[in-house]
Design a protein around this ligand. Structure first.
Ligand code: AMP
Ligand code: MG
Length: 514
């Protein structure tokens, strides 16, 4: 394990350690030290990530001092990045790491990692906010990052969850009722946390020199297969980011994940899921659903909008790179390809969810009818797809009992859906007639997770932890390490959302307050 200073060597830095909010121009980041809390307490540690970055050899005291921000590894210059972004469709100007500080860059076993602490106080990018993070949002980021990784979805990782020991004031529902909550710190790890917004801010400020330097750094470090430094190279870079982003969204669609705040400052140039805020998992299949109450009216970032939003975000990214490429037609061509490929790959992905490997005529209709039925019958997405491993093509109508059980409609209301489902089931049985059952079940079980972090589960873990009991965090952490495996002792988590959670804040809807 070797500590390096990579980003601060590649781009100009701001040495002024004044933490007051301000516009910072002409640099990639500002040098900022984390705030030192007097009595931080470790809640949970991800051993996998610890090993991955080679910090499993540190003694407990040193490790805690790093992940709580008390000490920064020797020879490392900690920093907060400067970035901008489009928020909810509008250019928001400078944003930046308002409460995240990079405390190490590491090379371990030939791999490069950046370690960031979230919730360790103000930076020049805090825009007047306190730079802290509350326990509830930190638990959600910690558990979900690791769950996503286990699901095979590209994501930033979480190393640790620490109580800062200080209280933080938040008005969770923005309704004029602020209250004190526990502050927490998540240490997160990724090759890099560079976002579309890092490019956008330079471009918006016509700082072409730094735009180019950032592109050259990102390419050399994270896209080594690309020959940078030329217009063609930057175009290849754009195409590579488009490709990774496409994969990311496809994966979200596969598992029913809704990020909630797909602003361009929350789009990783490595195609990682980044900045877990008011995210959620689709329970009843509803394309219109978003967990983010701030977006309840426009539903810009709803499940069904993810594809068009990504296209919009990639267009902003193309605009940001334009000064380096200066070829509108070439950029447009890549976006057109994206549209075509996305539709094709979406089809393949949905078929795999049904346990089908190859496309046939009529599959498009099969999928469209299915989505229509899922939505109309308020079907639990995860339960529906996973339970297809119990589908008996010789007794297909028996499957209706699973459908009735997995729907959020009352039994009485579900009866009205029976006929259309009956038709679909027969179609499906016919479609899989010649597919080997073992093969079909294998595809289903590896494409459709059995266990996801349902919002109410995160909420349960939060409530327990706030009372000082950390056991559910550990239970969910272990459960979600193996989301595709049958875990008989955990069958209770393979179930619909319980009634009590139907309208509870945190279980079906969330605010951005964190
Ligand atoms: P988000 O919507 O969570 O991705 O945050 C948007 C911007 O607000 C980012 O630049 C964050 O760093 C910043 N931000 C959010 N909460 C805080 C906070 N409590 N203190 C400082 N900055 C924050
Ligand atoms: Mg963010």
């Amino acid at each position: 394990m070797k500590i390096v200073n990579s980003f601060t060597k590649a781009l100009p830095i701001e040495e002024n350690t004044d933490k007051r909010s301000r516009q910072v121009r002409g640099v990639g980041c500002s040098i900022v030290y984390p705030l030192v809390f007097s009595s931080p307490k470790l809640i949970h540690l991800s051993k996998d990530v610890l090993q991955m970055i080679g910090w499993d050899n540190l003694d407990d005291k040193t490790l805690l001092s790093y992940i709580s921000g008390q000490k920064v590894p020797r020879d490392f210059q900690p920093y907060a990045m400067c970035y901008g972004g489009h928020q909810f469709g509008y250019w928001a100007g400078q944003l930046g790491d308002g409460r995240a500080i990079t405390i190490a860059e590491i090379i371990h076993q030939y791999r490069f990692f950046t370690v960031q602490l979230k919730g360790v106080g103000q930076t020049p990018y805090s825009r007047g906010a306190d730079g802290f993070a509350v326990l509830r949002s930190s638990i959600r980021e910690y558990l979900c990052s690791e769950a996503m990784h286990a699901l095979g979805v590209p994501t930033t990782r979480a190393l640790s969850l620490v109580l800062s020991g200080e209280k933080v004031v938040r008005d969770e529902l923005y309704d004029g009722n602020p209250k004190e909550e526990w502050g927490a710190i998540v240490a997160r790890v990724a090759p890099s946390f560079i976002r579309f917004g890092n490019f956008e801010i330079f471009s918006a400020r016509r700082d072409i020199k730094n735009l180019k330097q950032l592109a050259d750094y990102t390419i050399a470090k994270f896209y080594p297969e690309i020959q940078g430094n030329t217009k063609e190279g930057y175009l290849d870079f754009f195409e590579a980011v488009v490709k990774r982003t496409k994969t990311l969204i496809m994966e979200w669609q596969r598992i029913g994940f809704v990020h909630g705040v797909m602003n361009t400052d929350n789009m990783s140039v490595l195609g990682l899921t980044i900045d877990y805020g008011p995210y959620g998992w689709l329970e009843e299949y509803n394309l219109n659903w978003t967990p983010n109450i701030t977006d309840a009216e426009g539903r810009r970032y709803s499940f069904g909008n993810q594809y068009s939003i990504i296209l919009w975000n990639l267009t902003q990214f193309a605009n940001a790179l334009f000064p380096l490429i200066e070829d509108v037609e070439a950029l447009k061509k890549i976006l057109r390809q994206f549209k075509v490929q996305y539709q094709e790959e979406y089809q393949t992905m949905m078929l795999r969810k049904l346990g089908i490997e190859n496309t046939q005529k009529g599959d498009f209709t099969l999928i469209e009818e299915l989505k229509f039925n899922l939505e109309n019958s308020k079907m639990d997405m995860t339960l529906f797809f996973r339970n297809l491993n119990k589908f008996d093509k010789n007794n297909s109508l028996l499957h209706l009992k699973y459908l009735a059980d997995n729907s959020y409609l009352s039994n009485k209301d579900f009866i009205k859906q029976k006929e259309v489902w009956g038709k679909w089931i027969e179609k499906y049985a016919l479609r899989i007639k010649d597919i080997n059952e073992t093969e079909r079940i294998k595809i289903i079980n590896s494409t459709n997770p059995k266990y996801i972090l349902r919002n109410y589960m995160a909420q349960m873990a939060i409530k327990q932890t706030e009372k000082g009991d950390y056991s559910l965090i550990d239970t969910f952490y272990s459960l979600l390490k193996h989301p595709y495996e049958e875990q008989k002792e955990h069958e209770q988590w393979f179930a619909k959302r319980p009634k009590w959670a139907d309208n509870e804040i945190g279980s079906t809807m969330l605010s951005c307050s964190s």
